[in-house]
Design a protein around this ligand. Structure first.
Ligand SMILES: [Zn+2]
Ligand SMILES: [Zn+2]
Length: 245
């Protein structure tokens, strides 16, 4: 019994159900490597801002920040908020290279996105993963957003281009800067490989976690300038505002 009805469609490469749960190692007894108990414990994102997916106490609202200053992106899709145990799962995927875990989360995100298409969310033409700064990429050896993008691309049958968005420089420590300087600093950190090809395009930017939205905002502005018609953001998890649960 799924707690999320749309998850029923998740059929993992084999039809048997005796694989182990990737979280607790008990028999999963589902068609994917996650047991019902662990699935129910995931921090499913309920009510959230219609635009940026910030967790909110009521459904159908836009958060204060999006109302005051609408972001350059149109809609964020995230199945979870960034709480326990999802935060540790993402960390295991990113820092301990636990790729089966990353793939499971990507497959679940893909199903969530697919469910949203059925509810009327338009399908994008192209997926663009958020690039990693070169030094970070060297340290980690892979870009987690790029991997999510590839898995999503396969599941949703939408092209993913990992070379279009470039990180032109490392973002220096931002703490010492005021908000305006911080935004400018971030805006200059990204560039596009070939601009004209994005004219009239509907793009979904892919990332693992959406925190303040500043990075996504910077990228969305760049894509808008290049003529993108609509920009959505697909991510695993959305953080609450600092100090909120
Ligand atoms: Zn389990
Ligand atoms: Zn919002």
């Amino acid at each position: 019994m799924n707690c999320q009805p749309w998850l029923k469609a998740l059929v993992y490469n084999c039809t048997n159900t005796n694989h182990a749960c990737l979280l607790c190692s008990e028999p999963a007894e589902q068609r994917y490597p996650l047991c019902v108990a662990c699935e129910q414990e995931l921090p499913w994102l309920d009510e959230h801002c219609l635009r940026c997916a910030l967790p909110l106490p009521m459904a159908g609202l836009t958060c204060g920040q999006c109302s005051r200053r609408p972001p350059a992106f149109d809609q964020v899709v995230a199945p979870w908020h960034y709480g326990f145990p999802l935060d540790t799962l993402i960390s295991r995927f990113k820092h301990n290279s636990q790729w089966p875990l990353g793939r499971l989360m990507a497959e679940m995100l893909a199903l969530n996105v697919h469910h949203r298409y059925q509810e009327g969310l338009p399908r994008p033409d192209l997926l663009l993963p958020v690039p990693l700064a070169r030094r970070r990429l060297r340290e980690r050896g892979f870009n987690q957003a790029g991997m999510l993008g590839r898995w999503l691309s396969k599941a949703l049958v939408i092209e993913c281009d990992e070379r279009q968005l470039l990180r032109t420089r490392e973002t220096p420590a931002q703490q010492s800067l005021d908000a305006r300087a911080r935004r400018r600093n971030l805006r200059q950190a990204f560039a596009l490989a070939s601009e004209p090809s994005l004219k009239g395009c509907h793009i979904a930017v892919v990332d693992d976690v959406l925190t303040t939205g500043a990075t996504t905002q910077a990228i969305a502005q760049l894509l808008r300038q290049a003529g993108a018609r609509r920009i959505d953001v697909y991510c695993l998890a959305r953080t609450a505002k600092p100090g909120q649960a």
